[in-house]
Ligand binder design. Sequence first.
Ligand SMILES: CC(C)(COP(=O)(O)OP(=O)(O)OC[C@H]1O[C@@H](n2cnc3c(N)ncnc32)[C@H](O)[C@@H]1OP(=O)(O)O)[C@@H](O)C(=O)NCCC(=O)NCCS
Length: 171
Amino acid sequence: MTKILETERLTLRTFKAADAPLVAEYVGNWNVCSMLSRVPYPYTREMADQWIAGHAASPDITCAIDFEDAFVGCIGQDQEFGYWLAEPFWGKGIMTEAARAFVSFLFEEKGMHDLASGYKKDNTASGAVLQKCGFEVAGEGTLFCLAQDKQIERWEVTTNRHIWEKVRKDW
Ligand SMILES: CC(C)(COP(=O)(O)OP(=O)(O)OC[C@H]1O[C@@H](n2cnc3c(N)ncnc32)[C@H](O)[C@@H]1OP(=O)(O)O)[C@@H](O)C(=O)NCCC(=O)NCCS
């Protein structure tokens, strides 16, 4: 396990095999996986094991989030910028704190210039997190959601280094 970032309340670190039971429990919650595109439902412990093993090769771009020393969620830059948080921890500003730190990490440490993400049109909370991190709506589209087994309509959002340099002053 390697620490990647620390914020006031959070540690972002590489995943470890021992995270699998909680990944399975938290992502297996319909309220989480139905908002993600590439997670099947039901989501099993074996799937969590395989997913963690698959991320060992690129440990610094997909991070586990610890809050008060407990594993609570995930944030990463893969095909696009994305995240999830275990439902018991929603509404405490955790993902805004994690996502701002991670966006800064991608621009500062990883030399990225542009970031893209998207959220289901009824996912108000995720839209708010992205907006608070400097993402702006760039268009709308559809994406196949494995858990829901159907195409979902979503807002597509982007940000870039120029926007980040302006908005981060208020973070
Ligand atoms: C989206 C998610 C990460 C938000 O995490 P969180 O830590 O609860 O978010 P925050 O507490 O940082 O809240 C960010 C903003 O969203 C708002 N918000 C939070 N929950 C909300 C809700 N259910 N409805 C409307 N707004 C909400 C907050 O008020 C806050 O805005 P404010 O600071 O202006 O008040 C979490 O709900 C989650 O993991 N959901 C399931 C998976 C998912 O949607 N992943 C993203 C896929 S695009």
